[in-house]
Design a binder for this molecule. Sequence first.
Ligand code: MEV
Length: 457
Amino acid sequence: MKKTNPLAKPMEAISGFSKLSKEGKVEWICSHFENPEAAYQTLSTYWNEDAALQKLHDEFIENTITNYYLPFGVAPNFLIDGKMYTVPMAIEESSVVAAAAKAANFWLSRGGFKTHIISTTKIGHVHFAYWGDYEKLLNFFNSHIKELLYKESEELTKNMRNRGGGIKSIQLINKNYEEPNYYQIMATFETCDSMGANFINSCLEQFSRTFRREIENSDLFSEREKELQVIMCILSNYTPECLVRAEVSCPVEMLEDEKKEYTWQEFVDKFEKAVHIARIEPYRATTHNKGVMNGIDSVVIATGNDFRAVEACAHTYASRGGQYRSLTDVKVENGVFSFWLDIPLSLGTVGGITSLHPMVKFAINLLDNPNAERLMGITAVVGLAQNFSALRSLVTSGIQKGHMKMHLLNILNQLEATDEERKVIVKYFETDTVSHSKVVELFCEIRGIKSLEELKK
Ligand code: MEV
């Protein structure tokens, strides 16, 4: 409870830190703390006793000093395209898994979730500057270079082609109108069950080498034109053509509340309005989509995929019409309620850490070893489920009831409540709405203290 000044010694610059041994790094870090032993104890508590497993984790990134735990939970009862799934979710936010599981249960008796893969194309660019005649470059590119780009990347694309993927198209793009002298080689790829970042970037770098060499060796181009400058070769994390839809639907009457706290008419009316608000109001759309991403990210993390890429892409997609909008949409037609999510998800079930991280392997096995398309579907479903649960609470009981119930254990942990105190407090809140102040009040009452200040003495 008592706050101290944790860093006794201010941080100073250090050269060659990455070359220190792990013990050296830990020692250096801990030496800055007011209590180096306690700092060391915190770090070492999270080391794995299995040296091989620890080494594996140490080598995922540079300068590993310990492991960082996130809870790994599961949401059962997801009926997706007629098959049952228990979905792995890695996330720290108390109510997310509970909300997903609740929506899974709700839709289990209403036909479950349906998914549809709309497209699976990935994209990358060689961004370059060129000071010359564009028509000449375009003709040369189409008549001579394009073919060579395919040919000279054959070695790189061999395995992917054997798996049914590879380069789908290569095109020269004129961006001169937006930025003087700026052009691109834009290529699209099918990367099958891998996310494909390394594959795409390697192809693009090969394109750049071939492209530069051919321009340099051609008599068609002036010296100035040959000064073509490749600025960078990189995949785009914006993959609007790697798109999945997850959907639920049922007759409106099936949305009637079992507890009779609201009618289906009230529910549908407020639900539609809530989604509409998120489609027209960016302030709400951001929070609405945050809820979608609660579900998406936790599956993406559990399955060892790149959540930063998924996040960046989702928000660009949400802004594709020039305004940031809700990723989900709803309609009621002929007495049928439909609610769906369209989201670009560039995911892999092979490559990256999928075959290395034991928990990732476990998660993928738990999902019955899906291919990338299946994983796109499952992940989108959890995003939709999360959003459904959030909206359902928001337009009925309000969000805090369920949220605070789940947060109760975090508050009790902060208070360092004993098992006995927890039992009493949890029991109390079975029938009352949790609030931070009420928990503290009850805790103080049980401890026989007037306020938490007394604990600091
Ligand atoms: C909290 O993590 C997510 C929500 O705010 C989402 C929403 O408001 O739709 C509950």
